[in-house]
Design a protein. Structure first.
Length: 146
């Protein structure tokens, strides 16, 4: 049984957001932000729906969390995201000074690490939480498109 409030528990909530994106025919990436074991923000890709290239899951969640907290810094918060953020989203993660980021699957083509981008020095990174599940939803989406 999965422990309540574990990284796996919250990554499953981020996966729920990825499936919400999939239902809208968006690239299925989901993100949530947690503070004190409470989900304070959710997001999934909306780039097609909003015709906005910046409407990535992480950007949606960061904006929502900042609004919820009433400030731009997300210290003492954790971002759970199903796919490694792109350079744009990594920049937003950096500037938000989020305390921790938990990433499901790596993005070998467009992930921030391929460009050598660094997150804020105080941001803790965890990779590979529910990696197979997170990877499969994205792979399945693109395989269906081909």
């Amino acid at each position: 049984m999965e422990e309540l409030f574990s990284d796996e528990y919250f990554m499953r909530k981020a996966l729920d957001e990825a499936f919400a994106a999939l239902e809208k025919d968006e690239v299925p990436v989901g993100a949530i932000i947690v503070s004190k074991n409470k989900i304070i923000a959710k997001g999934h890709n909306l780039t097609e729906t909003l015709t906005d290239v910046t409407a990535h899951a992480e950007m949606q969640a960061i904006t929502s969390a900042a609004n919820y907290l009433g400030g731009k810094y997300l210290k003492d918060c954790t971002l759970y995201v199903t796919l490694e953020p792109c350079v744009m989203c990594a920049g937003a993660v950096y500037w938000s000074q989020i305390s921790k980021i938990v990433i499901g699957a790596r993005d070998e083509k467009r992930g921030f690490q391929t460009a050598g981008v660094q997150l804020h020095p105080k941001t803790e990174m965890v990779f590979g939480v529910l990696e197979n599940e997170c990877s499969e939803v994205v792979k399945g989406f693109f395989n269906a498109k081909r």
